[in-house]
Design a protein around this ligand. Sequence first.
Ligand code: PGA
Ligand code: MN
Length: 476
Amino acid sequence: MTSLRRTKIVATLGPASNDLEMLKKMITAGLDVVRLNFSHGTASDHENRVNLVREAAKACGKEIGVLADLQGPKIRISKFRHEKINLKENDLFILDASLASDNGDTQQVGIDYKDLPNDVKSGDILLLDDGRLVFEVKSVTGERISCQVKIGGVLSNNKGINRQGGGLSAKALTDKDKADLKTAVKLGADYIAISFPRSADDIHEARKLIQEAGGDCGIVAKIERTEAITAIDEIIKASDAVMVARGDLGVEIGDAELPAVQKHIINRARALDKAVITATQMMESMIFNAIPTRAEVFDVANAVLDGTDAVMLSAETATGNHPDIVIAAMARICHTAEKQKLTQVSRHRVECEFQHVDEAIAMATMYTANHFNIRTIIALTESGSTPLWMSRIRSGIPIYGLTSSIKTERKMTLYRGVYSIGFNIDTTKDINQQAIQILLNKNIVNIGDHVIITRGDILGQHGGTNTMKIVQVEKK
Ligand code: PGA
Ligand code: MN
């Protein structure tokens, strides 16, 4: 029996992937979760995308998770009269919060984030267009920030502004985000990603808004600000998953800091029993090329070795030449990286005290599975929490999450090493036998295999898992 890929693939949808046939090819190539980027497009664009994804998923017989990524307070310049300008080193240039939004020229440009003059002071370094241009603040007078260009280049409409070291005070949820959040709930998104959170409070606020909108979407906190690194444990605890958002984060903390910070965020997320996505520029050259660079192969494989649950594609699948080929390449790299022993052995949290019964069962299961000849783990789950706990432990044994909840089925698409199966139980018959039969029918187990089944005495109860049983698969 060949092993399954454990690391999940998140792909951003866009013009290149708006088509049913392409989506089917992407799913066949290994897509697990789609990302709707709310920085682009209207509510109806996103609705059409979700409908297409659901249709393609149905045709392929695989559940696909939906992640709605809110734009957040990207701090941006406004527009130029003639779209773009060219700035040279030592030029003086003014960012002016009082300037009309389409009236920029070679001397000055407006800013969409009107509080910027209050947030910066002389000596600050501002990074524009993901750090391609660098300004030093010389003085702030009223609404005007006078800057000297340190690194010049082309500056065009609506480019982002970051401050080196972070500290810009914009709130994580803008009015647009609050409206988009309601749209995402309405579309049945499985996860909502919050951009630029500063603290756990931003996540709590989002959670409240999701509940008020009648949703129960998981929350992904995008770690892309210096402040978020300082508050990382609190943010992880408040969220369901985090994203190492290397694009903006690299601009704020400096690109050279990223590898260590990525490892730290992944370690903390796993230790705190949450999922983690590694994002941005993973296969950037494949926007155009049919094969990745060697550096991209190493980057994806290293994220797998770091322990990430999922790797993410952005422009590669949103606007790239061949989204399905990128996904196939990424799947191949993940799957091969997982053959390294280090991804399969665990220190088993021997020193940990467990807080919950289902958590203790999950840990006992993983210890047993890693030390006994077990083909698969079968977790009968309502909320998905037992499979999530299990998947925090490194292992080569597949974890099948069997659930009657379609929402749980889709949420589990993000968890490393967990495979969702929809399951309608007949409570009048032997439940373990029914679960095994499903896996037999799918050729996942063979007669004679040992499997571990976890479940609760009362099925359908959240957090109710209290038993594990080793069962040998028999002919019925
Ligand atoms: P974005 O977030 O693609 O929405 O900017 C990811 C990142 O910053 O890396
Ligand atoms: Mn970002």
